[in-house]
Design a protein around this ligand. Structure first.
Ligand SMILES: Cc1cn([C@H]2C[C@H](O)[C@@H](COP(=O)(O)OP(=O)(O)O[C@H]3O[C@H](C)C(=O)[C@H](O)[C@H]3O)O2)c(=O)[nH]c1=O
Length: 179
C-alpha cells in the first residue's frame, strides 16, 4: 500500500504520506491513486489541479467556495515549506470553527486532505510551490473566504511579517458570514 494515513483532531481531515521509492537517481512517489484512496474511504474525484507559487511570508486564504461548489482539496508542496490550515465551516459539526494545521514540505512529502465544508489557507515558510487537487472546478462567482486573522478562529500564523492580497485584506469574519 503506497500511502499511509494519519488522523488529525478533526476526523475528516487527514494527513497522507505517500511511499517514497528512493534509488540512485532520486525518488518516485504517487500523489494520488483512486483505489488506494477508496480504501481510506476518500471516495472523491479531482476534476482540477492547481499550482501556486508563494514568496516567504505570503498568506493565501482562508478561502472556500459556497454551496453547491464546495471544494475538497488534496494539498502537497513540490518545493519549499508551508504552514497549511483547514478550518471547519460545517455548522452542524462538533468541531465547527475549529482548525487543524500542519507543516507540509518537499522534505516531509506529506499531503493534507481537506474535505468539502472547510476553509483552506496557508502561509509560505519559505518560497514555495504548492500543488493541490480540488473536488470541484473553480467558480469565481462562488469564491468566498474568511479574514486570515479572525480572532474567533485565532490561527497562530508563524511569520509575523506576512504578505496578503488586496482581496484577502477585505475578507469578512466568521461572525459576519455565519450571522
Ligand atoms: C483559485 C483559482 C484562481 N484563479 C484565478 C483568479 C485570479 O485571477 C487568480 C488568483 O486567484 P486567487 O487570488 O483567488 O488565488 P489564491 O489566493 O491562491 O486562492 C486560492 O487560495 C487557497 C489557498 C485555496 O485553497 C483556493 O484554491 C484558492 O482560493 O487566479 C483561477 O483561474 N482558478 C482557480 O482555481
Amino acid at each position: 500500500m503506497p500511502f499511509e494515513i494519519e488522523e488529525t483532531e478533526i476526523p475528516e481531515v487527514k494527513i497522507i504520506k505517500p511511499k517514497i521509492f528512493n534509488d540512485n537517481r532520486g525518488y518516485f512517489l504517487e500523489f494520488y491513486k483512486k483505489n488506494d484512496f477508496n480504501n481510506f474511504n476518500i471516495k472523491v474525484k479531482f476534476p482540477q489541479d492547481n499550482l501556486s507559487f508563494s514568496k516567504k511570508g505570503v498568506i493565501r486564504g482562508l478561502h472556500f467556495q459556497k454551496h453547491p461548489y464546495e471544494q475538497g482539496k488534496l494539498v502537497s508542496v513540490i518545493s519549499g515549506k508551508i504552514f497549511d490550515v483547514a478550518v471547519d465551516l460545517r455548522e452542524n459539526s462538533k468541531t465547527f470553527k475549529k482548525y487543524v494545521s500542519i507543516e507540509l514540505s518537499n522534505e516531509n512529502n506529506k499531503m493534507f486532505y481537506i474535505p468539502e465544508g472547510f476553509a483552506h489557507g496557508f502561509q509560505a515558510l519559505n518560497d514555495s510551490y504548492v500543488m493541490y487537487k480540488t473536488t470541484k472546478e473553480y467558480n469565481k462567482d462562488y469564491d468566498s473566504g474568511i479574514i486570515f486573522n479572525d480572532n474567533e478562529i485565532s490561527i497562530k500564523w508563524p511569520i509575523k511579517d506576512y504578505i496578503i492580497s488586496e482581496k484577502d485584506k477585505k475578507l469578512k469574519t466568521l461572525k459576519e458570514i455565519f450571522r
